[in-house]
Design a protein around this ligand. Structure first.
Ligand SMILES: C[S@@+](CC[C@H](N)C(=O)[O-])C[C@H]1O[C@@H](n2cnc3c(N)ncnc32)[C@H](O)[C@@H]1O
Length: 396
């Protein structure tokens, strides 16, 4: 199917939805009662997102925020409130009917927020060719849109182009636990349903990396639907257009504190917990970004950590029977590969089957941010049938 055919089908679908006000799409977590204090019902009614990219308190006063696929404007209006009157919000959408609704509501929202004029500019355009200047945006948000774009790699490189160095994105989108089969990809209707265009997390994450982003990690996860055995998940990811490395690098060594025993970062460096490793200025820049910062000790001279050090983090499985209940763990970044204390090696974006003991480990608060957990067995599993070893057998 041609890209133009897909785009036209998607646009017609959303034009119809906004005209009829029908319910569509995905799980979302916005509190409509709160937003209803300043956003008109006409906008809330056609909120078709799958997450809360603007509700994650990442938006700062005075920033310029870009919303890709702004629809009726819900995320733009919430961003408008958060950036304040000195900030600016740009919403891009390809569908005239969506733009018309969003533009008609902008003055009402501005009045409700006490602004003299609206700070939201709704522009007509495509996600893979955005009518936005280079390097002018602090934060890109998007809510359930990129899966609808046929050329995602171009969307990701457009995102990189318009962000300022040091800028970031927070996008909620639908991904799948396995490649979408051709019978779904070529079903025009299912594109509009956020199914046909869903990438695997591995491809999504890889595309963002290819565009140049770093520090890509999960900030939200909601299991959505299972269709023909394919799990569709709503994931919210954040990542950075890292600034160029400073010539004056201050740290020359990094020591990983855990909880993993070994990790490989996005630049391909492998760190073993507790062992200092020489780093250059580019790696220092990466390790200073939010998802890494907490778990690396950056120093001028090498510092080794022992198990006794309070910074050392290790979570071992309990000594209980091992039960296979159908759970699979998806490493969601920022590491390309990570190994736990039981010698399981997880690869970003690739579901790996885990037993009940490992599930408990990964549900620990220090591991939880790194994983999305799905269950492929559903109701069919019985604990008696799936216990593979006793507490001390060390089978997995
Ligand atoms: C699922 S709705 C989400 C709308 C809004 N983000 C929200 O949370 O309510 C998808 C929106 O993205 C727009 N859209 C889809 N593909 C697009 C593309 N390639 N370029 C620009 N806009 C697109 C559609 O017109 C529609 O308004």
């Amino acid at each position: 199917m041609q890209n133009e055919t897909i785009t036209q089908a998607v646009s017609e679908r959303y034009a119809k939805a906004v005209t009829t006000g029908e319910e569509m799409c995905c799980p979302t977590g916005y509190n409509h009662e709160e937003l209803g204090k300043f956003i008109p019902e006409a906008v809330l009614k056609v909120s078709y997102g799958c997450g809360t990219p603007v509700g994650l308190t990442t938006v700062q006063p005075g920033e310029t925020v870009l919303d890709i696929g702004s629809g009726g404007g819900i995320d733009c209006f919430e961003a408008s409130r958060r950036v304040g009157p000195t900030g600016q919000v740009i919403g891009i959408d390809m569908t005239d009917e969506m733009l018309a609704l969003a533009r008609s509501q902008a003055p009402i929202v501005a009045t409700n927020l006490g602004y003299t004029t609206s700070n939201v500019d709704f522009r007509k355009g495509f996600a893979d060719a955005m009518p936005v200047e280079d390097h002018c945006v602090d934060l890109i948000v998007s809510n359930c849109v990129i899966n609808l774009a046929p050329d995602k790699l171009n969307v990701f490189s457009e995102m990189y182009r318009v962000l300022k160095p040091g800028g970031r994105f927070t996008i909620s989108d639908i991904v799948a636990d396995q490649p979408i089969p051709n019978y779904m990809i070529h079903d025009k209707e299912k594109w509009g349903d956020c199914l046909s265009g869903a990438l695997t997390l591995g491809d999504y994450w890889g595309g963002l990396r290819q565009a140049g982003f770093g520090g890509i990690h999960q900030v939200g996860f909601i299991p959505w639907r299972v269709i023909d055995g394919i799990h569709f998940l709503s994931l919210t990811l954040t990542g950075y257009k890292l600034p160029s490395a400073s010539a004056q690098s201050t740290a020359h060594y990094a020591t990983f504190t855990g909880p993993f025993s070994r990790v490989t970062d996005e630049q391909g460096h492998t760190f073993t917990r507790g062992i200092p490793q020489a780093i250059d200025a580019t790696t220092e820049q990466l390790l200073l970004s939010a998802p890494y910062r907490e778990y690396f000790v950056l120093t001028d001279s090498p510092i080794a950590l022992t198990r006794e050090d309070p910074r050392w983090i290790s979570i071992r499985p309990e000594s209980v029977p091992c039960v296979w209940e159908g759970h699979f763990a998806l490493l969601t970044g920022p590491f390309v590969e990570a190994c736990d204390d039981d010698d399981h090696t997880f690869t970003c974006g690739h579901p790996m089957e885990i037993c009940s003991k490992t599930l408990d480990v990964l549900r620990n608060e220090v591991y939880r941010p790194y994983f999305a957990i799905i269950n492929r067995a559903g109701e069919t599993v019985t604990p008696q049938a799936t216990t593979s070893c006793g507490p001390t057998d060390g089978c997995c």
